[in-house]
Design a protein around this ligand. Structure first.
Ligand SMILES: [Zn+2]
Length: 63
């Protein structure tokens, strides 16, 4: 009796079925999402773009 659990089941949620890499699409997406979130957290907004104030042109009407 051989037990091939990780071969036909998702190694993350143990879902039944043949999955590529041993992980079902749901868990793959979840893992990818978490990875993306981690990248977003690393994102820093230290560099602030210079805000140019709108030039106010005063035109004096001659008259
Ligand atoms: Zn899974």
């Amino acid at each position: 009796m051989t037990t091939e659990f990780s071969k036909t089941h998702c190694m993350v949620c143990a879902r039944e079925g043949g999955f590529e890499g041993g992980i079902c699409d749901l868990c793959k997406a979840k893992i990818r999402g978490e990875a993306l979130e981690g990248q977003h957290q690393l994102k820093k907004e230290a560099d602030k773009s210079l805000h140019k104030e709108g030039l106010v042109i005063e035109k004096k009407s001659h008259g």
